[in-house]
Design a protein around this ligand. Structure first.
Ligand SMILES: Nc1nc2c(ncn2[C@@H]2O[C@H](COP(=O)(O)OP(=O)(O)OP(=O)(O)O)[C@@H](O)[C@H]2O)c(=O)[nH]1
Ligand SMILES: [Mg+2]
Length: 346
C-alpha cells in the first residue's frame, strides 16, 4: 500500500519526501521513482508512551513514493511513462508549486497546474474506459458492465473525476485491474513560499479541490525541512513563531493515511506502546491477526478501551473499576484509537 507524491517538475515533491523519510534524494533533478517509509505522527501514541514509559514506542508506518515530474517539456503534460508511474500508486498526493522556483520559468500557477493535472488524468481514464466499452459492446458483455462503463464515460466527458460517482451507482469491483486515475483518493497540497507558510489555501483553490472530491491543505516544504532539522526541544518555539501547532507535515501524513482508508488501533504495556494500521471496517479478529497470526487463529475475545475513555480514567485498572471495559467478540468493528487487548488460546 503506497501513496504517490505526484505533480509537475520542481513543485517540491522530493523536498517533502526527504523530510518525511529522512532520506537524502537529490532535489531539483527529477530522477527515478523512490520508495520510502514514513512514520505516522500520532499525539495519542506520544501520550500513551508518556504514561506507560514502555521500552519501545512504535508508530504506524506507511509507504510514500516520490514520482518525479517531467522535465524539458513546454506543455504541462504527462508522458505514458509518467502516467504508468502514477497508476502504480494506491492514492495520490498532488504537490502544487506555490513558490517562485528560480530554475523554472513563469510565476507559480497552482490553480492552472491543478486543472492541467486533472485534465490529463481525465483524458487518460477516458481512453481506457472507451477502449473497454468498445470491446464490451462488440463482445456483448454483461449489461451491468456496459452500463457501468457508459456511466464512467459520461462522467469523464463532463470532466468529472470518477471518485465523485457514489458507491451505490457504480460497482467498483468492475473497475479493478483498470488502474483508473480519477477514482484514486486525492490529497492536494499547495507548497508555498516560506513567508506564506501558515496561510490557508484560499477560497478559489479550496472550492475547486472540494469539487474534485479531494482533500486539500497548504504547507511550505522548505519550512517543514527546517523544522525537521531542529532538535526536538527547539521545535515548539519555532512552531509558535510560525503560528503553527504542529508541523504541517504531520497533518499531511495523517491525511494521506486516511486516504488509504486506514485507522490505527493501539496496544499498550510496559514493553511496548504501539499503533497498528488496519483498514477501516476491520473486525477484531482481523485486527488481532495484524499483531500475530496466533492471535487471529486462537481469538477468544477483545478487551477494548477507546482512547478517550482511557484518558478520562487515566489507567486500565480505573477503566475496569468503573465498568467501562468493553468485552467484544470477533465481529466487533475496530474504531480508530481503540486500545485492544486480545485474549486468545492456541
Ligand atoms: N523557496 C522554496 N523552495 C522550495 C520549496 N520546496 C522546494 N523548493 C525548491 O524547489 C526546487 C525543486 O524542489 P524538488 O523537491 O526537487 O521538486 P520536485 O517536485 O521533486 O521536482 P521533480 O522531481 O523534478 O519533479 C529545489 O531547489 C527545492 O529546494 C519551498 O517550499 N520553498
Ligand atoms: Mg523530485
Amino acid at each position: 500500500m503506497k501513496i504517490g507524491l505526484v505533480g509537475f517538475a520542481g513543485s517540491g515533491k522530493t523536498t517533502v519526501f526527504n523530510t518525511m523519510t529522512g532520506l537524502d534524494v537529490p532535489v531539483g533533478y527529477g530522477g527515478e521513482v523512490r520508495l520510502g517509509t514514513v512514520r505516522v505522527p500520532d499525539q495519542r501514541i506520544d501520550t500513551l508512551s508518556a504514561i506507560f514509559k514502555p521500552k519501545k514506542t512504535i508508530y504506524a508506518e506507511m509507504s510514500f513514493c516520490d514520482v518525479p515530474g517531467e522535465h524539458g517539456s513546454e506543455k504541462k503534460g504527462l508522458s505514458s511513462k509518467g502516467l504508468q508511474q502514477i497508476r502504480d500508486q494506491e492514492a495520490l498526493c498532488l504537490v502544487l508549486r506555490g513558490f517562485d522556483n528560480p530554475a523554472l520559468e513563469g510565476a507559480p500557477d497552482p490553480e492552472g497546474d491543478l486543472e492541467a493535472f486533472h485534465a490529463e488524468c481525465v483524458l487518460a481514464d477516458l481512453a481506457i474506459v472507451e477502449r473497454r466499452l468498445e470491446r464490451a459492446q462488440k463482445e456483448q458483455a454483461d449489461a451491468r458492465e456496459i452500463h457501468a462503463f457508459e456511466l464512467m464515460q459520461q462522467t469523464l466527458e463532463n470532466e468529472r473525476p470518477l471518485r465523485l460517482v457514489p458507491e451505490d451507482q457504480l460497482d467498483r469491483g468492475l473497475l479493478k485491474g483498470y488502474a483508473l486515475l480519477t477514482d484514486r483518493p486525492l490529497l492536494v497540497a499547495l507548497n508555498r513560499s516560506e513567508a506564506e507558510a501558515s496561510e490557508p489555501l484560499g477560497t478559489a483553490l479550496e472550492s475547486r479541490i472540494a469539487e474534485l472530491g479531494a482533500a486539500g491543505m497548504s504547507l511550505s516544504a522548505s519550512v517543514e525541512a527546517d523544522i525537521a532539522a531542529l532538535e526536538p526541544d527547539e521545535q515548539p518555539a519555532f512552531l509558535e513563531d510560525l503560528g503553527l501547532e504542529e508541523p504541517a507535515l504531520a497533518r499531511f501524513i495523517r491525511t494521506a493515511y486516511g486516504l488509504l482508508d486506514l485507522i490505527s488501533f493501539f496496544t499498550v504495556g510496559e514493553d511496548e506502546v504501539r499503533a497498528w494500521p488496519v483498514k477501516r471496517g476491520s473486525n477484531a479478529r482481523k485486527a488481532a491477526g495484524r499483531i500475530h497470526s496466533d492471535l487471529e487463529r486462537g481469538f477468544i475475545r477483545a478487551e477494548v478501551i477507546p482512547y478517550d475513555v482511557f484518558m478520562e480514567f487515566g489507567s486500565e485498572a480505573a477503566v475496569r473499576d468503573h465498568g467501562k471495559l468493553q468485552v467484544e467478540g470477533k465481529d466487533y468493528v475496530v474504531a480508530d484509537g481503540d486500545i485492544l487487548h486480545i485474549r486468545f488460546n492456541v
